[in-house]
Design a protein around this ligand. Structure first.
Ligand code: ADP
Ligand code: MG
Length: 322
């Protein structure tokens, strides 16, 4: 017998994620009622994943559940906020129990890892699409912004960008399977929102953005919002061993700059705060790398070993004669 909407919600989404004392009324009533701390500001973000657009058709359900929450948590990480609650609007072609169990397991595991409670949502029938709203907290006036950077600020990125784009290419069969395939695929299927790093950066970074569209594009957005330009050094890009093994240096740099879906943090630090960053948030422990500098000249530039690289959306080429 097909699952009713009520049963579906009860079975898979009530109690999904962490149990939190500040949830006065959660799943099951007409709206959630949540207790807000008196000394914090609310941070809110929403993102939609549509099948065939944001993830391949027939992606593992566990990954869809994980990613739908991860992309939202990543937005809160970029603000230096700590997540508390999530709402899930799920559109499904059919209520298939195995799919739902795996989806809820993926979402629930990531939610529990970050102390997030699923407090409500909506369930409708239609082509597969997942919208999650996350709510979190940030100390008053302390949220990280895209627009706080200034010329001379050092530019950093966490993790190893490019892995997720290679992982997606492997998923879609655009890149032949190789020894490193599983590790790269996992970087696409199960991205890690950098929440702890975002909170640490609150007092240290001048600006921050999460890398969803591609490092170059997102660093450019940060620079533009900050009223400056950005110069990145190709040789400084942190490329993972699996990525280098799978595609080689040149293509790896291209994927790191232009690929998307990394959900790492790109952030800037004033020269006079660099020492504090190094001592309070050591790079070796937190996994971030300096990749460039903000500049007065608007726009985004990438410096290769032999001069500037010309970038187009399909990749980049060395300047002729440079
Ligand atoms: P209403 O029609 O009053 O909005 P629904 O039947 O849509 O009620 O939802 C009943 C309860 O289940 C509400 O508390 C709602 O927030 C919750 N809910 C519905 N769908 C989901 C979902 N996919 N995930 C989490 N909670 C959900
Ligand atoms: Mg409803």
């Amino acid at each position: 017998m097909p699952l009713s909407e009520f049963e579906l919600i009860e079975r898979y989404f009530r109690g999904c994620g962490s149990r939190r004392e500040d949830v006065i009324i959660g799943v099951g009533d007409d709206a959630a009622v949540l207790r807000c701390p008196a000394d914090a500001q609310l941070a809110a973000a929403v993102d939609t994943l549509v099948e065939g657009v944001h993830f391949p058709r027939d992606s593992p359900a566990q990954s869809i559940g994980h990613r739908a929450l991860a992309v939202n948590l990543s937005d809160l990480a970029a603000m230096g906020a700590r997540p508390s609650w999530a709402l899930l609007a799920l559109t499904l072609a059919e209520a298939e129990e195995r799919w739902l169990a795996e989806f809820a397991a993926g979402l629930g595991a990531l939610a529990r890892a970050h102390g997030v409670a699923l407090v409500g949502g909506d369930t409708t029938r239609g082509p597969l699409s997942v919208t999650i709203t996350v709510l979190g907290h940030v100390p008053p006036g302390r949220a990280l912004r895209r627009g706080g950077g200034a010329p001379g600020d050092a530019v950093f990125v966490s993790g190893t960008p490019g892995d997720a784009a290679a992982g997606l290419a492997l998923e879609q069969g655009r890149l032949p399977a190789c020894e490193q395939a599983e590790r790269l695929r996992r970087r696409f299927l199960f991205p890690t929102p950098r929440l702890a790093l975002g909170e640490r950066l609150r007092e240290l970074a001048s600006a921050c953005i999460d890398v969803s569209d591609g490092l170059l594009s997102d660093a450019s957005k940060l620079a533009r919002a900050s009223g400056c330009g950005v110069e990145l050094m190709a040789a400084a890009l942190p490329l993972s061993a699996p990525l280098l093994g799978a595609v080689g240096t040149s293509r790896a740099r291209e994927l790191a700059l232009l690929g998307g879906d990394d959900y790492e943090l790109c952030f800037t630090v004033r020269p006079n705060a660099l020492e504090r960053l190094t001592s309070e948030v050591p790079a070796a422990e937190w996994g971030y790398t300096r990749i460039g500098t903000l500049q007065e000249q608007p726009g985004a530039r990438v410096l290769g070993e032999h001069g500037p690289l010309e970038i187009s959306s399909s990749g980049y080429d060395h300047f002729a004669g440079a």
